[in-house]
Design a protein around this ligand. Sequence first.
Ligand SMILES: NC(=O)c1ccc[n+]([C@@H]2O[C@H](COP(=O)([O-])OP(=O)(O)OC[C@H]3O[C@@H](n4cnc5c(N)ncnc54)[C@H](OP(=O)(O)O)[C@@H]3O)[C@@H](O)[C@H]2O)c1
Length: 241
Amino acid sequence: MAAGGVAIVTGAARRIGREIALALAEDGYAVLVHYGSSEASALEVVEQIRNKGGLAMTVSADLAEPELSATRICDAACELGSPTLLINSAAVFEDLPLPQISPRHCLEHFTVNAIAPILLAREFVARLPASAAGQIISLLDWRALHPPTDHLVYTASKAALASITLTLAQQLAPQIRVNGIALGAILAPPGRADWHQQRAAEQIPLRRHGTPRDVVSALRFLISNDFMSGEILQLTGGEHL
Ligand SMILES: NC(=O)c1ccc[n+]([C@@H]2O[C@H](COP(=O)([O-])OP(=O)(O)OC[C@H]3O[C@@H](n4cnc5c(N)ncnc54)[C@H](OP(=O)(O)O)[C@@H]3O)[C@@H](O)[C@H]2O)c1
């Protein structure tokens, strides 16, 4: 096992999850790089970690099948050692106008964004040795706590995950600390760079969007602070104010 323990990062093949996986490997964690469909990118992340002397492996699992996925992911992590850190980064993020919203759209968002993290927590807890301290950190969205006019279902699913975070922090203490980071504009969705640029110019007090390094910095703070649980950090450049 690596010096830092074993970390599970969901949605770690690309974008923010990828940067988190690479950073945790730098910090000495053995990293389970979970992916849904981005196999080639996940393998690249693992290769990059191994090239720097780290320990990592991939696992594919469709979080829309949360029961199977949670078991598969946590079992895979155990091949690296005992997982002590679970990062929920994978998410579905789609917007539909109300007339087009279907049960399928709702189910996908709630299953991937909220139910999968619950079942992952269940399986993570079941494998955590009694003597080990664990942590769960979920990537949330400040707009889930101040609902906007768009992304109705996504927003509700992230609000559910915020609630789950606060309840689990109480249920799993003192062995496991549970926290969240409510992100603002970090990486724009593909093809929508103008969305974050416009928010930076008009809405974000710090007049810039964030970067994955900002997320990693907040994550490292949560990981290293032993007295912090049930906290949701707002990482927004002040946009939530
Ligand atoms: N980007 C931002 O500015 C921002 C702002 C607010 C909150 N957040 C939150 O921060 C986290 C990371 O953001 P991001 O923009 O990097 O996320 P993203 O690119 O939208 O999605 C991350 C990964 O989620 C995985 N995923 C989606 N559905 C899945 C499924 N059914 N099964 C397995 N994996 C699935 C995908 O993996 P594959 O590619 O392998 O399929 C995808 O690469 C998310 O939770 C997001 O809600 C981000």
